[in-house]
Design a protein around this ligand. Structure first.
Ligand code: PMP
Length: 315
């Protein structure tokens, strides 16, 4: 789907996956003018495909596009494109429990521009790939490292939106943590370096008794769709859910910590290492994390009835 600077997006077309042509001076290649989304289609036992809250991805893309000075497809255009891609790739969607179809909507400044300015033309592409389950066998605990040298986002930057520019700077810190045996990093705020932000591609929650806290979205963390959904599920289950500034000391003293995201679902954190201290947390079948995970996964895979209107079903 294409769009000139101020115009509407024209109707898109389906084509086989393959390379695309871009000018070397495309805005996205030179100035990073691009935002993306990620969502999954799950196959139900009856063969139907289920999409989880694709309208929320559409809205998040619009907010991101506005931040990066790009026009964006309407919610209907976005959701229709995602549905079309899921439908067209139906035969590639793994059987229930074996994985899902990962769907990647991508909006970019595709037109050429030499000086620092918005691109004169925009392209919206949706592509898909089958993926296995994030956890190959059961659900494994994540072991996180609190990153103090690198920050993910600074106030006033683009950390609150899913800009492509947020991801390459993460790679170096992530590689270092992985080479030391950690599964992911936990970022701290850029100013005081004392408050929890998020992991490299998921949001974080801290449990103490019946209270579940998560960093408030103040422009430096991505407002995850899983995060928002899990907050609602947790409230339904009678937990007190709080969005606030979460101090790293609070994290180290928590009963449980868990991460949320399209890729991980709801994932337990087994240990967190901060400076020279490593702390272990409760995980396992009786954990809050596991209770929330089973409801989320049940809704997403259609084994729990969708009373919230979160599921879009494709025949
Ligand atoms: N934070 C970041 C930086 C992410 O890239 C993602 C993945 N989109 C998330 C959090 C989780 O968001 P969601 O639940 O919408 O997948």
């Amino acid at each position: 789907m294409k769009c000139s600077k101020d115009g509407e997006f024209t109707k898109g077309e389906l084509s086989r996956f393959g390379n695309i042509q871009l000018s070397p001076s495309a805005g996205v290649l030179n100035y990073g003018q691009g935002v993306y989304e990620g969502t999954k289609a799950q196959r139900k036992e009856n063969g139907k495909l289920l999409l989880f809250r694709p309208d929320q991805n559409a809205v998040r893309m619009q907010i991101g596009a506005e931040r990066m000075l790009m026009p964006s497809p309407s919610v209907d255009q976005f959701v229709d494109a995602v549905k079309q891609i899921a439908s067209a790739n139906k035969r590639w969607v793994p059987p229930p429990g074996k994985g899902s179809l990962y769907i990647r909507p991508l909006l970019m400044g595709s037109g050429p521009i030499l000086g620092l300015a918005p691109a004169p033309e925009y392209t919206f592409i949706v592509y898909a790939s089958p993926v296995g389950n994030y956890f190959k066998e059961g659900v494994a605990d994540l072991n996180l490292y609190v990153e103090e040298e690198y920050v993910r986002a600074a106030p006033g930057g683009a950390g609150g939106v899913k800009s492509i520019t947020n991801y390459a700077p993460v790679l170096k810190a992530l590689r270092r943590a992985k080479s030391r045996g950690f599964s992911d990093i936990l970022y701290l705020d850029a100013v005081k370096k004392k408050y929890l932000e998020e992991a490299s591609s998921c949001n974080v929650f801290v449990v103490k008794g019946r209270t579940i806290s998560t960093p408030a979205t103040s422009g430096t963390i991505l407002e995850g769709i899983t995060r928002k959904s899990v907050m609602e599920i947790a409230s339904d289950q009678g937990y007190q859910v709080v969005e606030k500034a979460v101090h790293v000391d609070e994290v180290m003293n928590a009963d449980e910590v868990f991460c949320t995201g399209t890729a991980v679902g709801v994932a337990p954190v087994g240990t967190i290492t901060y400076q020279d201290k490593r702390v272990g947390y409760e995980t396992g079948d009786e954990s809050v994390c596991q209770k929330l995970r089973s409801v989320l996964v049940g809704l997403q895979t259609g084994t729990i009835e969708d009373t919230k209107g979160w599921i879009t079903c494709i025949n």
